[in-house]
Write a protein that binds this ligand. Structure first.
Ligand code: FMN
Length: 191
């Protein structure tokens, strides 16, 4: 089960979502990581105080006007030092409409602030996932209008998200442990 307090979780999955679409992707990523036995905590970017205890962090933001959500950028800034000592995996979600799948595969442009910050913590560029525009969850006049136009729909691709999450799980290093167990005694030395 996904922990929410993160007390002993291996991985923290953080999301910055306005209308819930990116939060849904984060939940799917967490589910997939748990399938391989990792313990996972999920949190909103603005709710994370510290990263102590986590071995890896997955951060995902929605794209609005070609930018990441401000709380995701703040997360990268605020936790820079702690992120440097951890594996960091990034995703962004946005493309909607008929071309969503090809735009997502090609990758939406990475905002320059995000590039600078994630290079500072040695993270790869974010993968892009399709987004969702739903009149039931759209917030704001423009979003409401867009969610009733030709971009409306759910363009998140669960199988592609799951595949990426499995590749993240493969890259998460096992917890540090001695290469060979200590069994006591002194190894025999021969001249
Ligand atoms: C006002 C507005 C601006 C958007 N700007 C972008 C954008 O620049 N690039 C993009 O790929 N998607 C853009 N989108 C699509 C959103 O990223 C997409 O709906 C996403 O799923 C929203 O995530 P959320 O539900 O987590 O807030 C925009 C949507 C709205 C409503």
């Amino acid at each position: 089960m996904t922990t929410t307090d993160g007390a002993h979780a291996d991985v923290l999955v953080v999301h910055a979502s306005k209308a819930g679409g990116t939060a849904g992707i984060a939940a799917l990523v967490a589910e997939e990581l748990e399938k391989v036995g990792l313990s996972v905590a999920v949190a909103r970017a603005q709710d994370v105080d510290h990263l102590a205890g986590y071995r890896a962090v997955v951060l995902g933001s929605a794209l609005y006007m070609r930018r990441w959500r401000p709380e995701a950028v703040r997360f990268l800034k605020r936790h820079q030092v702690m992120l440097r000592g951890r594996q960091v995996f990034l995703f962004q979600s946005g493309p909607c409409g008929a071309d969503a799948a090809s735009q997502a595969a090609k990758g939406a442009p990475e905002p320059s602030t995000v590039r600078r910050l994630r290079e500072g913590v040695d993270a790869d560029a974010p993968i892009t996932f399709g987004g969702v525009l739903d009149p039931a969850t759209a917030r704001g006049f423009l979003a409401g209008r867009m969610a009733r136009g030709e971009l409306a729909g759910d363009f998140r691709d669960p199988e592609r998200i799951r595949r990426w999450a499995r590749s993240v799980a493969d890259r998460i290093r096992p917890a540090d442990r001695p290469a060979t167990p200590w069994r006591g005694g002194v190894p025999e030395c021969r001249p």
